[in-house]
Ligand binder design. Structure first.
Ligand code: NAD
Length: 355
């Protein structure tokens, strides 16, 4: 066995159906008394319901989170929080909402309690992103790591099929890339395999039956594990490609992840053989050659749009993305090959199978 370093994240996690309704007790236990609920404008009503449950310890709802945390939105929120003597931010929503809470915590060091409603996994990481003038700066800071995360599968019931599918595959991407991370370790790899199996088995059930609580529980469980993977070890080529797709071409985050994953893992299929054999087993395929195709077929069965051109990548995209990825690569267990990547991204652009 390879030597490793494992660093557990100091987050209290509560998981269970209806758990978010006990949020006031959790806050009181932790000594928080002036809580600001943060949401997007679309989630303001659910935010108000939660704020009502908090009663006298709520300082109301701040419904101004938007995608990619624009710096102006972050600055305004920081000023609001400083002027209101808040002692904790409660982020209720997906990665965009948790992203705004992180931007506030970065400047104010206020604790975050997160109640995620998508499978993106931001709640389990100390990674933040802020967008200034169309450029997203990513950083790591322990102050943005939520103190408490509450997973309540009931809150995902309203997540539409398309978002559920893409967000679930976004989570699977975190788990998969952690298997061949530079700083991989046995605990995180175990979590990753468990996550992949939970998502693979239950995401198709959700798409057929959005209100299926056991399936929602399983995918939330898989997303939690995937979030731990993302927060614990470094990511590789797939995340690099997706950061270019999002940063340079403004493609939607979860959909870009979902579509591209089949091609990134096909590129890496023979790079870290032990990791990829484990992945093949988790996906229930006979060989590493079939991994990319298995993910491609899973996406199709989930009704995910299959082609990058359908979600806004221009024709010159595959060439440009391959070039940027090769010019400023992340760690990857396999070298970056521009021609091969361009070819695979060309297939992702058209939505044809990776093999
Ligand atoms: P999001 O938060 O923008 O949510 C996607 C859509 O789902 C939105 O339209 C939202 O209104 C809707 N939605 C959310 N929950 C819902 C629910 N329960 N019912 C109905 N609709 C609901 O997107 P996301 O994919 O969760 O997060 C993406 C963002 O998070 C990106 O900016 C990404 O960079 C960031 N992110 C950061 C990290 C990190 O570690 N820092 C990790 C993952 C993602």
């Amino acid at each position: 066995m390879q030597d490793f370093h494992y660093n557990a994240l100091p987050i209290d996690v509560y998981f269970g159906v209806g758990r978010s309704s006990q949020v006031k007790d959790i806050f009181l236990e932790q000594g928080y008394r002036r809580v600001l609920v943060i949401t997007t404008s679309g989630h303001e009503e659910i935010g108000k319901e939660l704020s009502d449950k908090l009663g006298n310890i709520s300082r109301g709802v701040y419904p101004h989170a938007v995608m990619h945390v624009p710096v102006e939105v972050a600055d305004k929120a920081v000023k609001f929080v400083r002027d209101s003597s808040i002692d904790c931010c409660l982020a209720l929503g997906g990665g965009s909402t948790i992203g705004l809470a992180k931007a506030i915590a970065l400047k104010t060091h206020l604790p975050i309690v997160a109640i995620p409603t998508t499978y993106a996994g931001s709640e389990m990481t100390s990674i933040y992103g802020i967008t200034d003038n169309h450029r997203k700066t990513i950083g790591k800071d322990v102050n943005v790591l939520p103190k408490i995360v509450i997973y309540d599968p009931e809150l995902y019931l309203t997540l539409p099929a398309q978002i559920s599918a893409c967000s679930g595959m976004n989570a699977m991407a975190h788990a998969i890339e952690s298997l061949y991370a530079k700083d991989k370790n046995p605990i995180v790899s175990m979590m990753a395999i468990e996550s992949i199996k939970a998502i693979k088995s239950s995401l198709p059930i959700i798409i057929r039956d959005l209100k299926n609580i056991p399936a929602r529980q399983q995918v939330a469980y898989g997303a939690w594990l995937a979030g731990v993977c993302l927060g614990s070890v470094g990511m590789a080529i797939h995340h690099k490609i997706c950061h270019v797709l999002g940063g340079t071409f403004n493609l939607p985050h979860a959909e870009a992840h979902a579509i591209t994953l089949a091609y990134s893992v096909h590129y890496n299929r023979n790079a870290d053989i032990r990791a990829m054999d484990k992945l093949a087993e988790a996906l229930d395929v006979r060989s590493r050659e079939e991994i990319g195709l298995a993910i491609y077929r899973l996406n199709r069965s989930l009704g995910i749009r299959m082609a990058l051109k359908e979600i806004g990548l221009p024709e010159e995209g595959p060439d440009k993305v391959a070039r940027i990825v090769c010019d400023s690569p992340y760690y990857n267990p396999r070298d970056y090959n521009y021609e091969e990547l361009k070819g695979l991204l060309g297939k992702a652009y058209e939505g044809v199978p990776p093999v």
